[in-house]
Design a protein around this ligand. Sequence first.
Ligand code: PAF
Length: 279
Amino acid sequence: MTPRLVTTVVELREALEPWRGGPIAMVPTMGALHDGHLSLVAEAARHAPRSVVSIFVNPTQFAPNEDFAAYPRTLKADMAKLAGRTDIVFAPSAAEMYPDGFATTITVGGPSAGLESDFRPHFFAGVATVVAKLLLAAMPDVAVFGEKDYQQLLVVRRLAADLGLPARIMGAPTLREADGLAMSSRNAYLDAEQRKTAARLNAILKDVIAKTGNDNADLRAAEQHGVKALLEAGFGKVDYVAIRDAETLAPIATLDRPARVLAAAHLGRTRLIDNMPIA
Ligand code: PAF
């Protein structure tokens, strides 16, 4: 069945009201849905019999030089993909989310420091503000976010804990194409040549993990290897390849705790990110 489409917070709350006796899950998205998003919706269904998917291209998480205007908006196709998978799609307008006079920004510290913030300083305040608004609008018991945006997942967890939002924040594994490229709505920007090169990102992260020894010099050398390999593969600019504490994203000098390698690199006008656990 096609999900019910609602566009205002009032309608959303009315639609969810009859199901408040049991758990409700939410999957916040910006639309242009692919199988990776659908796997988040499937994860939501494992935790709650009812779910809502939000589709909102959030202007406050884009800098003026970024792809807000070009970001794909495919609501009709998204609704069709969600048929039989969720109950409600919440697709608010920008005016619904940010009415005239809107003047609140939520800044999360902790895991938002560094990495993405070094290159997209506006990003996590935009994400935290909109995610708080979405979670307050729907008041789900569970909210599912992809590990593909690993730093975002940790920032959202911190946000929910610090504000006492009742939703349990669940991470779901990254879905990949057959050649290892992490699924992303932005992959649609890549031409055929860039698409081939893009698959190297994940392969190089695996090499970095394979080269990761246990002391500080080994870890830094593995990161440097990753940067060099990405440039050699044809990425135009590498923002970072970093081995970090998997829970805090703080820099680490030894692999004495769960760690993660994270990377961001540019192919033409497209910026790709990926990350993997270091077992
Ligand atoms: O990951 C995304 O698609 C967005 O950053 C999110 C969490 C929906 C907030 O706009």
